[in-house]
Design a protein around this ligand. Structure first.
Ligand SMILES: [Zn+2]
Length: 241
């Protein structure tokens, strides 16, 4: 299968579905990690340089599992539900011939997350339209859209789970590639030495959430999902690993 995971920021996919993506790869599926914004928001510094660092980190994370990176490079914090952004997502969906799409839930905390969710839902539908202005063919098959967890799991009740216990260390390895997000100071320090993983705030948050989702499905570590219930989004087989 072709798996297209779409996150707003450089480390969102790792945090909320990194284990699931690792399992898809382990099973031999194609995985694309699409990052919508360019990450220029943090750390402090020249926005173009920061964006280049974030892109390299996202690439390094994708390399951990042999996924392909799609970098849409919309300025961090400026993502809107508009036609230019939707067009980029339609092209991503068509170019990967996605069989399943994973993205943010519609009511997460950050406007970039919420806009990404809305854009993906809209793009998934328009990607079917035969005469839409694109050099890529339309996708006529049903393509399920899974919503991954919200930030800190707030206001998100999973209905489907993946046991990621076997790939927990892979998920952590992917998160650690986002070095710029683990630095205590406001500016990027190329010589910064990361502390042990357990002392890194993002890793701790991922561990607690994964343990909690795992608790619900009888696993040591888990990831939770909901499905978008709509026409053209439902298939009669399991799509998660
Ligand atoms: Zn984010």
């Amino acid at each position: 299968m072709n798996i297209l995971a779409i996150g707003a920021h450089g480390d969102d996919l790792e945090e909320f579905c990194g284990g699931t993506l690792a399992l898809y790869r382990r099973a031999g599926h194609n995985v694309w990690m699409c990052v919508v914004t360019d990450g220029r928001g943090r750390p402090a510094g020249d926005p173009e340089q920061v964006a280049a660092i974030r892109r390299a980190e996202a690439q390094a994370s994708a390399d951990v599992i042999g996924a392909q990176l799609i970098w849409l490079a919309i300025p961090d914090g400026e993502l809107m539900v508009d036609e230019p952004s939707r067009h980029k997502l339609i092209e991503a969906i068509r170019s990967t011939s996605a069989d399943v799409i994973i993205t943010h839930p519609p009511d997460d905390y950050h406007p970039d997350h919420n806009a990404t969710s809305r854009l993906v839902m809209d793009a998934a539908q328009v990607a079917r339209t035969s005469n839409y202005r694109s050099s890529l063919p339309p996708i006529r098959k049903p393509v399920p859209v899974a919503f991954m967890d919200s930030e800190l799991g707030i206001n998100f009740l999973p209905e489907d789970y993946v046991d990621i216990s076997d790939v927990w260390e892979v998920k952590v390895a992917m998160l650690l590639k986002h070095r710029s997000q683990h630095m205590p100071g406001p500016a990027y320090d190329p010589d910064y030495v990361l502390p042990p993983a357990e002392q890194i705030a993002i890793v701790r948050a991922a561990r607690i959430l994964s343990e909690f989702r795992g608790l619900a499905c009888g696993a040591t570590y888990g990831e939770g999902f909901r499905w978008w219930r709509a026409a053209n989004r439902i298939v009669a087989r399991r799509m998660l690993p």
